[in-house]
Design a protein around this ligand. Structure first.
Ligand SMILES: *Cc1c(COP(=O)(O)O)cnc(C)c1O
Length: 477
């Protein structure tokens, strides 16, 4: 396919303006300043439409195929959510509109906060953070404010070695020293290590449950007791809440703070940079530190409460990514408590189904019932010189988006598969079939995998050079 610059023909235009019907005036501006020196492509309207339509067809999305990208929850997002977020009252609302004219929008924020509190077992929520990572930072800032108020200067945050990379990054950004906790052979927190490291200078343990191996933390209550016993807080990374929705609540497990990813669990389209939403819920003793404003209700009227002297302040302009909030609200209301529970049941069922179908062909390092996802290792295929990356690339030839690879870091040649709850058995079966075929190819025709993908507009890209020496320029003409 050509670059749009290569389609350019001098003098060709995409817009036709009517003939000048007033006398031409010389404004005295030199020609060189009137004409842009930027070499923009000169193309017709149809050139533009065809070019971008062709580009969009090269893309892969949840709406075009199966997308088992572990930890990212690339599930199908019901289109009705878009319709609702596009209602004029939502779409045309302006954040500077007075409260009296924003009652419906404020009601959505208020009720969504309450729904999320119910779902997670927390007491209060902020919907401001724009992503999971920003939610983590917001949660830790509240933890910091909490200890400051108590006159404590705790310096450390504990993070298991299976954690998402944003966890240690957020803790470090918040000024904490990150202390890693190794996993035990069953894929959970190593209790001996935890007991040794959960000292009185620990502000919080950041825990993902179920963790990134897709495993439920079996000792969660004991873990909470240990951390609380030394005065620390329990932080829950709830980015993949679709695993336990309607079945288990972080608040009941001893967590004091939880962040959710509305763009994963609550079905807002994501990828390509956003927009996302990472609400944070807290237990009552932390509620005073929530970012302001907080939407409150007085009689039948909703209002923005700025009178919160101990708030950590604003973390995002206005009230968060509002359209994502509307989509999540529509999703929760459409499914109701029973529907949300079914989400979790199907997410877990689908993951276990695929896991059991693949365990014969790929190494399964943690052989336990999984939750929303599971992690295979490409170790066996390595004997034939085939890497997890080759397996991932070959899947593209079979029409599937690759799973997450090389994460979590504790699994060698990790292949992390999250089928999600929105896929039917036929899709799962055809994915399994492709994975089994690829395992066979790895043995018999490893070259096929090393050179994959073959069916895409570009073959294997040099990702390293692209990241280290990005070439963002078009060819000089
Ligand atoms: C996706 C994810 C995050 C980060 O969320 P972003 O919205 O991408 O910032 C954090 N933790 C886990 C477990 C995740 O899956």
């Amino acid at each position: 396919m050509k670059l749009i610059f290569e389609l350019s023909a001098e003098g060709r235009e995409g817009a036709s303006l009517p003939e000048l019907d007033v006398p031409e005036q010389d404004l005295g501006i030199p020609e060189t300043e009137l004409r842009s020196e930027i070499p923009l492509p000169e193309v017709s309207e149809v050139d533009v439409v065809r070019h971008y339509t062709a580009l969009s067809r090269m893309n892969f999305g949840v709406d075009s195929g199966f997308y088992p990208l572990g930890s990212c929850t690339m599930k199908y997002n019901p289109k009705v959510n878009e319709v609702i977020a596009g209602l004029p009252g939502f779409k045309s609302a302006h954040p500077y509109q007075p409260e009296e004219l924003s009652q419906g929008c404020l009601q959505v924020i208020y009720e969504l906060s309450r729904d999320l509190a119910e779902i997670t077992g927390m007491d209060a929520f902020t919907l401001q953070p724009a992503a999971g990572a920003q939610g983590e930072l917001t949660g830790l800032m509240m933890a910091k404010a909490y200890f400051k108020r108590r006159g404590e200067n705790r310096k450390k945050v504990l993070v298991p070695d299976s954690a998402h990379g944003t966890n240690p990054a957020s803790a470090a950004l918040c000024g904490y020293e990150v202390v890693e906790i190794p996993s035990d052979p069953r894929g959970g927190v190593d209790m001996v290590e935890l007991k040794g490291k959960a000292t009185e200078d620990v502000a919080a343990l950041m825990l993902t449950n179920p963790n990134t191996l897709g495993l439920f933390e079996e000792n969660i209550l004991e873990i909470s007791d240990i951390v609380h016993g030394n005065g620390g807080l329990m932080y829950c990374d709830g980015a993949n809440m679709n695993a336990i929705l309607g079945i288990a609540k972080p608040g009941d497990m001893g967590f004091d703070i939880v962040h959710l990813n509305l763009h994963k669990t609550f079905s807002a389209p994501h990828g390509g940079g956003g927009p996302g939403s990472g609400p944070v819920g807290v237990k009552e003793r932390l509620a005073r530190f929530l970012p302001k404003p907080v939407v409150q209700k007085n009689g039948g009227r909703y209002f923005l409460d700025y009178d919160r002297p101990e708030s950590i302040g604003r973390v995002k302009a206005f009230y968060g990514n509002f359209s994502v909030l509307v989509k999540a609200y529509a999703y929760i209301r459409a499914l109701g408590p029973e529907g949300l529970k079914e989400v979790a049941e199907n997410a877990v069922l689908n993951a276990n189904y695929v896991m059991r179908k693949l365990e014969g062909a790929y190494e399964l390092p943690y052989d336990r019932v999984c939750k929303h996802e599971f992690v295979l290792s490409g170790k066996r295929q390595l004997d034939f010189g085939v890497h997890a990356m080759d397996i991932a690339k070959r899947l593209i030839d079979y029409g599937f988006h690759p799973p997450t690879v090389y994460f979590p870091l504790i699994v060698k040649e990790a292949i992390m598969i999250e089928p999600t709850e929105t896929e039917g058995k036929e899709t799962l079966d055809s994915f399994v079939e492709a994975m089994l075929k690829i395992a066979e190819e790895a043995e018999k025709e490893p070259e096929l995998l090393r050179n994959a993908p073959k069916t895409t507009p570009t073959t294997r890209l040099d990702a390293l050079t692209a990241a280290r020496k990005p070439n963002l320029r078009w060819k000089e003409r």
